[in-house]
Design a binder for this molecule. Structure first.
Ligand code: C5P
Length: 283
């Protein structure tokens, strides 16, 4: 018995980081969407009673600290049944430490696969709640598509799908630990733009140009001096992107394109300088 699921990267089209709450998390408002860049997650029953994670990416620990492992553990706890034993195979494509939610997407894919195998009657809302225990982006990754996310990220309202478009996603060497990036916002208290409402309207109209005009991410206000993000954004815009922005706390940057050919050419050009550059279609 096995089930394979695609784990899509998430992009933050807007990310307005608000105040720090008493629980240490920050209130945020964000529109997230899935991009067609994905890992593949395969879950198989072993009958051995434990959870085994394997991965084709040596840098990723496969022990209990892996979010995919914890997803399986949390799923069977929520179900109230002992784990019959599962092996989870992660085939990674989404770069790590990128703000693309790779770990969250893998965890969500594990939850979806286990639901399919062991609890097809489980309400999706319950699966999203299990996801929320694992990380702020996991509920969105369980649901997929495009959604407005609030609170820590767990309060979601689905929005219309993206109009057909292409993303060029660039992952530079630099890494921005998420907790430290939130702390930098607390220290700097940057002025914030509120573009989520305009982005929602643009999505409803399917207007890519209006969407690109409303890209916003508070984390871009607290980038380190030496960051390559501004240079990548410039290069994407010079290569024909309608808009470009960092996703999450980074360090990946995405540009949005209306034409596939322009996106392909931009992808080739940027690959020359940043070898981890990817082309992905809207989902
Ligand atoms: O929930 P997740 O594990 O993805 O969050 C990683 C870290 O990012 C948290 O420990 C917290 O410091 C910070 N965070 C936050 N506010 C959020 C989401 C994450 O402060 N809404």
């Amino acid at each position: 018995m096995n089930a394979a699921e695609l784990a899509y990267a998430k992009l933050n089209l807007t990310l307005e980081v608000g105040e720090k709450r008493p629980d240490g998390y920050h209130d945020l408002v964000s529109i997230m969407t899935c991009a067609g860049l994905h890992d593949t997650v395969t879950v198989e029953e072993t009958g051995r009673g434990d959870i085994l994670v394997t991965c084709d990416e040596a840098a990723l620990p496969c022990d209990e600290s892996n979010l995919a492992w914890r997803a399986a553990d949390s799923f069977f706890r929520a179900l109230g049944k002992p784990c019959p034993g599962v092996s989870i195979r992660l085939e990674k494509v989404i770069p790590m430490q990128a703000g693309l939610g790779g770990g969250s997407a893998d965890a969500a894919a594990v939850l979806r696969a286990l639901r399919r195998l062991y609890a097809p009657e489980m309400p999706w809302i319950q699966l999203e709640e299990v996801g929320a225990l694992l990380g702020s982006d996991v509920p969105f990754c369980v649901r997929g598509g495009t959604a407005r996310c609030e609170g820590r990220g767990e309060k979601m309202e689905s929005l219309p799908d993206m109009p057909e478009c292409w993303y060029v996603i660039v992952k530079p060497q630099e890494a921005h630990p998420t907790g430290a990036m939130y702390a930098a916002i607390d220290a700097a208290r940057p002025a914030r733009r509120h573009t989520t409402q305009q982005m929602t309207e643009a999505l409803r109209k399917g207007d890519l140009t209006q969407m690109a005009d409303n890209f916003y991410n508070t984390f871009e206000s607290v980038l380190p001096q030496e960051s390559e993000i501004p240079a990548i954004r410039e290069e994407l815009l010079r290569s024909g992107a309608l808009g470009a922005m960092m996703s999450g706390s980074g360090s990946a940057v995405f540009g949005i394109f209306a034409e596939k050919e322009t996106a392909q050419e931009a992808c080739e050009r940027l690959k020359g300088r940043w070898n981890r550059t990817f082309l992905a279609e809207s989902v």
